[in-house]
Design a protein around this ligand. Structure first.
Ligand SMILES: Cc1cc2nc3c(=O)[nH]c(=O)nc-3n(C[C@H](O)[C@H](O)[C@H](O)COP(=O)(O)O)c2cc1C
Length: 343
């Protein structure tokens, strides 16, 4: 299904995104469901059973306005957010750029979102039953960033299937500093304490631009923290050789150029964590082969955003079809058998 994606491609990137969101909201009641997934694609992790491993990454539906519509396109789960306690406008436009020749996107949105009360209202009136995660962050002008994560967690965790702690956006100055050993230990301790005996899974989303010692620290903190998952990765501030006119825009780069570095880091974190937590692979997935490579590198689940923006929602069904073909080709009876089996 093209879902007007061809038309939207001719609009400026953020205008197209806003139009796509509005269209999804209006069309939600009329959208047919993608239909049941092949049972070989099911994944049971984090105490949840995902019908397929292909999720929508954070940033598309910042306010949890359309998770049910997105699930109907065939995603196995939808991650909404990043949501901050208070609403904020984000950076001035333009702040979202398509790098079509590179199969990439650069964004410096800066956590534009309607705040946790708006997201909570939207989540509370959902009718769908698909798996929805909520990704939380801190306000740009916050005096106490850790307290922001606590507030957003307390408000939104009861309305979601899992919560992602986003400390890796490059577009909120200083935010990635929370990936440092001491700050991260403090943040995760607070959230695990706040969670108490509730069974809501906690995941941490990290940047792809961490050096080896920083990766060692994160693996160590994650292992001790009691959280259940790690998402690798957010967008990169690196600029590999790019062809597009927008290549020099500041912000986070995603899409095809992020595939190799984020997959390498996923494999490295898999080696470090050795099954201690569930890994979610994200960065540059645009085909079933790409998703399969992440799974073989150690991911039990995958997510994507840029390829959806560049290609439209028909991509989801294609990725699932191709992924199944990869499993059959390599003699795996089900997807979970391929997790971490190397390239
Ligand atoms: C426009 C845009 C906005 C994003 N916003 C967020 C966000 O709010 N929170 C977050 O954790 N990641 C955000 N991301 C990162 C994506 O979730 C994902 O980690 C990254 O884009 C790599 O995946 P991809 O190559 O499939 O796009 C955003 C990405 C894009 C392109």
């Amino acid at each position: 299904m093209d879902f007007g994606a061809g038309l939207l491609r001719h609009l400026p990137a953020e205008t197209a995104h806003d139009a796509g969101l509005r269209l999804a909201r209006v069309m939600d009641p009329f959208l047919p469901h993608a239909g049941p997934d092949d049972p070989r694609l099911a994944v049971a992790v984090l105490g949840l059973t995902f019908p397929n491993p292909v999720g929508l990454a954070a940033g598309f539906d910042k306010n949890a306005a359309v998770p049910d519509a997105m699930a109907k396109f065939g995603f196995g789960f939808v991650e909404c957010g990043t949501v901050t306690p208070r609403s904020q406008a984000g950076n001035p436009r333009p702040r979202l750029f398509r790098l079509t020749e590179d199969g990439a996107v650069i964004n410096r949105m800066g956590f534009n979102n309607g705040g946790m009360e708006q997201a909570a209202r939207n989540l509370a009136r959902r009718s769908g039953r698909g798996i929805v995660g909520i990704n939380i962050g801190a306000n740009k002008d916050s005096a106490d960033r850790i307290a922001d994560y606590e507030k957003a967690f307390a408000r939104l965790a009861p309305l979601a299937d899992y919560v992602t702690v986003n400390v890796s956006s490059p577009n909120t100055p200083g935010l990635r500093g929370l990936q440092n050993r001491d700050e991260l230990t403090g943040l995760l301790e607070k959230l695990v304490t706040l969670r108490g005996s509730r069974r809501i899974p906690l995941l941490l989303k990290i940047a792809p631009d961490l050096d080896e010692p920083a990766q060692d620290d994160i693996a160590d903190v994650v292992r001790r923290s009691g959280i259940e998952g790690l998402i690798v990765s957010n967008t990169t501030i690196a600029r590999p050789a790019l062809k597009s006119a927008h290549a020099a825009e500041s912000g986070g780069l995603s899409g095809k150029p992020l595939f190799a570095p984020s997959t390498r880091m996923l494999a490295a974190m898999h080696a470090r964590l050795n099954g201690a937590v569930t890994l979610v692979g994200v960065g540059g997935i645009a085909s079933g082969e790409d998703a399969y490579a992440k799974i073989r590198a150690g991911a039990s689940l995958v997510q994507l955003y840029s390829a959806l923006a560049l290609q439209g929602p028909g991509l989801v069904a294609r990725i699932k079809r191709e992924l199944l073909a990869c499993l059959v080709r390599d003699g795996f009876a089900k997807l979970t058998e391929a997790v971490g089996k190397g390239a």
